[in-house]
Ligand binder design. Sequence first.
Ligand code: HEM
Length: 160
Amino acid sequence: MWDSLYPYFLWIENTRLGHGIRESKWTFTLSEVVHLLGLTVLLGTMLLLALRLFGFVLQKKSVASIAHELKPLSIGALGVTLLTGTLLFTSEATKCWGNIAFRYKMLFLFLALLFQFTGLQKVARAEDRRFSPLTRKVTAFVAVFLWFGVAVAGRAIAFF
Ligand code: HEM
């Protein structure tokens, strides 16, 4: 199935945008810097919410109020990271096609986004006594594991 996708990756890489990023001195570098900034804010807001769900920080504030306050920042950072990631990908799509780390990254990204907007959102929005402390800790652990999986696979792309 993956092999049949190669012509599409080649087409993406040969778009004017792909050529433009590849031929520009600075666009790839600047996109990767903004990609790193975006994922730092994204993983930072994730970690803060997880530490609250574990009961380590901000215990005077309810989980729901912290999740509500962090949401614009994490959604904004997610948008920036997805946009810059797509730019980076467009410039080297066939390299990503042949890169096992990229495949794992897209799998982790799919699972992280799915869990973010289902399990984590449900537990984070609920009033504090609705879910047991164990359920909240497991939810936090799964969310952090999936998002750091994206980051580790993203870093690994350069080594495979
Ligand atoms: C939203 C969650 C994402 C996270 C946490 C993330 C994380 C990372 C990390 C840690 C790196 C390594 C940066 C470095 O080595 O300097 C990276 C690079 C990269 N990411 Fe992402 N990324 C995300 C989304 C995406 C998306 C959606 C795509 C493409 C569709 C993408 C494509 C890339 C590419 C092509 C690179 C450069 C790899 C290279 O040539 O070294 N990323 N990402």
